[in-house]
Design a protein around this ligand. Sequence first.
Ligand code: S3P
Length: 443
Amino acid sequence: MDQTVSPLAARRSGPLKGRTRVPGDKSISLRSLILGAMTVGETRITGMLEGEDALSTANAMKALGATVERTGELAWRIMGVGVGGFAEPRAPLDFGNSGTGCRLSMGAVAGCPITAIFDGDASLRTRPMRRILDPLEKMGARTREQADGGRLPLTMQGATDPLPMTYEPPVPSAQVKSAVLLAGLAAPGETTVIEQEATRDHTERMLRHFGAEVAVQPNGAHGRRITLKGQPELVPAPVTVPADPSSAAFPMVAALIAPGSEIVLEGVMTNVTRTGLFKTLREMGASIEELNPRVEGGEDVADLLVRASSLKGVEVPPERAPFMIDEYLVLGVAAAYAEGTTRMRGLKELRVKESDRLAATATMLRVNGVDVEIEGDDLIVHGKGRVTGGGLVATHMDHRIAMSALVMGLASEKPVQVDDTAFIATSFPGFVGMMRAMGGDLS
Ligand code: S3P
């Protein structure tokens, strides 16, 4: 991606007003590219996220032999090569900043008899890949890493005869689940993933959408057992990408904390495996109304009416973490503007995101005068109903740190600065313009 550093400051703004639609869901956009490439024939995608993460995944699918074309605004067309049909790429696959694109593609490649090199930017090169490689090696893939501990760059030789498997991931991760299921497409028989804690279910839904047989059963209080019948003929089907709830989180929290705000976020996905933040904010006293709930492209969506609200501190239970794993940074901002203490429990997985987000959230808040502690894997924010601001936030190549810090500055006493906004383009192109159009003072 463009490596120009773009600092920016957010200043206390008047009320935010307006109707807007945030970009397409990242998880669904990436899955539609990868599964589209594994389907025989033409898949048309509308509402695609045209952020850097999706573009790097699209390029990887091209390098693996699929035809991937942009046919209009947010409209894409893929000619897939079928399960097991990838061609050997001539150059390393560069996933940039995208952990999801990289890890899901590893699953897809693991079931094909080809060799591919996986690489990414400096942030992605620090992230653990063993969690993906362990199950894929059990299914027959062979991998070689240049660095220790399963980091990129690494070479994968896909299995000639992939084996089906029953796998219980040691961490709650939709990426691990999805990689195993995508590899299982090429294996005969049944591949099962047993989750102790359910994670986002877009892969299961999209596999069914493309004609695969997937059975889902409950497993204990919070888990699921997902079984895929291997070697299906995936049938192309159009994909409509709903607006990303993880992106909607930023204008939503901005509207809650900027007094007098009232905004509508159109067509936001309300799949329960993604809406832990909305639930938590409502428990804190947020006014978030779902207008016109409907089903679009197989997902529940609604227009969300968000009004500025007085928030209070709450306890967020650990089992909710997978349903809001990308939202703790911006929840930290909401918690700082709330009255009282918010304790977010069980955030171990935040340490291995685009940056160590547990440490980064604490630092982002602390440099802006917020009283915050980390206790084990818990983040504790002592909200005072107001934030001093005045801090410079280091974004660590992490889009969500940049957006959270800018949201915080829209209601703080002194401006909040971020050192680099360039990475916002990985998931939310147009963020700055959209916030300005609603009345946010970003300059
Ligand atoms: C994603 C899963 C999550 C999330 C990421 C997107 C996905 O990661 O943080 O932004 O699309 O499957 P983990 O599954 O590793 O928690």
